[in-house]
Design a protein around this ligand. Sequence first.
Ligand code: NAD
Length: 396
Amino acid sequence: MQNVAMLGTGLIGMFYTQSLNGQRNRDRVTIVQSRSEERARQSAEEWGVPTWTTDIDEALRHPGVTTVVIGLPNFMHLEAVQKAVAAPNIKAILCTKPLARNGAEAAEILKVVEDAGVFHGYLEDLVYAPKALKAIKSVQDGAIGDVLVARSRETHPGPHSAWFFDAEKAGGGAVIDLGCHCIEIIRSYVGKHNRPVEVMCWHDTMVHPIQAEDTALVWIRFESGAVGQFEVSWTFRGGMDLRDEISGTEGTIWLNHFLRTGFEMFTSGEGSGYVAEKSEVESGWLFPVGDEIVELGYTDMFTDMFNSLEQGTSPTEDFYDGYVVNCVMDACYRSAKERTWVPVEVDWRHGKADPIRREITEYDGKNIVKQETMPDGRVKMILMEKDTGRIVDITV
Ligand SMILES: NC(=O)c1ccc[n+]([C@@H]2O[C@H](COP(=O)([O-])OP(=O)(O)OC[C@H]3O[C@@H](n4cnc5c(N)ncnc54)[C@H](O)[C@@H]3O)[C@@H](O)[C@H]2O)c1
């Protein structure tokens, strides 16, 4: 059983506290910290948290607290981690995404926890969404063969607090805010041992009157030859679009996590209510989400974190993963600036990945390119002559 100090009572602090204290869990948030007294008290009352404070150090040193969850804005993560390692009772430091504003800051955070020898977990919830967990397991079990392309999209109308739009405080715009999710989703499908080699990124500020980018398209080439592709935007209208597609040599997976997932409701607007995160309307045709906490992965994420802590293992997502994600995002920004492919500069710890397998079968001494049954029942075979590269087709 872990007693948690929750730093931050904004959107994510609320989701995290709700996932830990909203059900009959063993692990509980026992103190919440917020800048504002009123918000700290409100949040504690709402989620059954016995104590609240406005002071980070007081939260970290609160009697019985073993774990800290950092749900503060990006520019505060490093300082919060430094304070947490200095608190003698803290055994585990869990930090929300992105780990930092850039790769250098993420490396500093990683060094702080590794030097202190404290457990660290990177709270990337979207790789723990129940559908994602099953899809990742299927890919790992070989159900779709070797992964060729992993695509991920996270788009919505834009974040809910000022600091997100301030590139200095956040570390960037939509790439930092949403790209971090997509990169870790993509890495989970192509394999975490698969080094991200180079990146091509286009970004622009299409709608919001800000300096940071509000839209980006990115391609990542991995060592195996697999390609990651992601789209992030703060300009999407109609809610929050979270979709992934994975193409492999033996199969395909399509995932829709949030909109049109099988729960559709029409209301004239009589009696209003919360629909789902970033939903823009409360009447007409709506796409509510059953249990956001579970469907966004928070429940399984904390289970993995606390099980790993208690079993002395590493969680699926730790600060090294957060560091790799930041290094890929650094490459995105360099690529967009230089308008070309750029290498991902990362201190790589995972060894080498095998290239995508290409098994060549033959017919009549030629390489079989493809075989297809036509509507009239004939079977056509497309073959390549090995010496000349000439392509021919025959009916068999
Ligand atoms: N799915 C996810 O994993 C997810 C979703 C949303 C946010 N986040 C991350 O969580 C962190 C916090 O985001 P949020 O959405 O909760 O933000 P928010 O603006 O809703 O809340 C920020 C919290 O930090 C506190 N705070 C302390 N000092 C602050 C300062 N100087 N300026 C602004 N706030 C200050 C605020 O009082 C508030 O409690 C960010 O790193 C963000 O990227 C993760």
